[in-house]
Design a protein around this ligand. Sequence first.
Ligand SMILES: Nc1nc2c(ncn2[C@@H]2O[C@H](COP(=O)(O)OP(=O)(O)O)[C@@H](O)[C@H]2O)c(=O)[nH]1
Ligand SMILES: [Mg+2]
Length: 295
Amino acid sequence: MYKSGFVGLVGRPNVGKSTLLNALIKQKVAIVTEKPQTTRRPIRGILTSDDAQIVFVDLPGIHKAFNALSEYMLEAATQVAQGSDVNLFIVDGSAVPPGTGDVYTARTLMKTGVPSVLVMNKVDLVPPDEIDERLRMFMALGDFVDAVPVSATTGKNLDLLLETVKKYLPEGPKFYPEDMKTDQPVSFLVGEVIREKIIQLTGDEIPYSVEVQVDFVEDGQDITRINSTIFVEKESQKPIIIGANGRMIKQIGTLARKELEAFLGKHVFLGLWVKVKENWRDNREALRQFGYGVE
Ligand SMILES: Nc1nc2c(ncn2[C@@H]2O[C@H](COP(=O)(O)OP(=O)(O)O)[C@@H](O)[C@H]2O)c(=O)[nH]1
Ligand SMILES: [Mg+2]
């Protein structure tokens, strides 16, 4: 019997959802940073094996909304969780006791009625003799069908997690070709890689204010030409992205280009531009233009 289905990765920001997705798929399909709320849209990663095709959906972290963008993020996460076949409730095992963010997320998950598996991530940071007790603390937050302690960074128990997920998947066909690991278009991945470098290289104020739009990806014989625009919210943020003598934007461009060259297997010419879109995170029209499906 072949099984298939959609599995939501649900949890508060920064518990390691995107890291876990990349580890399960064995390819970077979602960007990872030390800062919370990096993932803004659902990202699908596809894992095909002899007995199942699992479509993992990395979701924005569940947290209270504070602007139009975070309203979109919360709504997208909740909607996907409602439509999944199985949800993974991902928590950070190194952060106990569970916080209000975990409680709120667990409650949101329980309301979906979809079977939820507790996944306690970052066990590489947990003393072995405390694992069971911490699992119990998180189990108490809801009615979970199973619990698996894992480490997305060391790979511990990821096989066990896959076996557990398969138990709860329905019988079904392959939805995607076997060799497909994500259904995101290349241009989306390009924008995300650039955004990741900006988040990693700039200070506290910038990461959340940045949106990256890819203007074109032109695939030539030996070189891929990419033009991309970085949007910030205020004029005063432009010089931070550009840096003294253009050093910051150069560094962003170099790191992004190297990663994209490795991914595409080709030379990349990357043109970056910086523009201001006033207060875009609270501007529904701007959000729509940027492709966030806000009503
Ligand atoms: N020690 C440890 N760190 C992890 C693990 N998984 C993720 N992280 C780190 O936690 C941070 C947040 O990860 P990310 O995947 O972006 O979290 P997300 O916001 O839930 O998607 C990053 O700095 C990761 O490197 C893990 O299993 N062990
Ligand atoms: Mg993420």
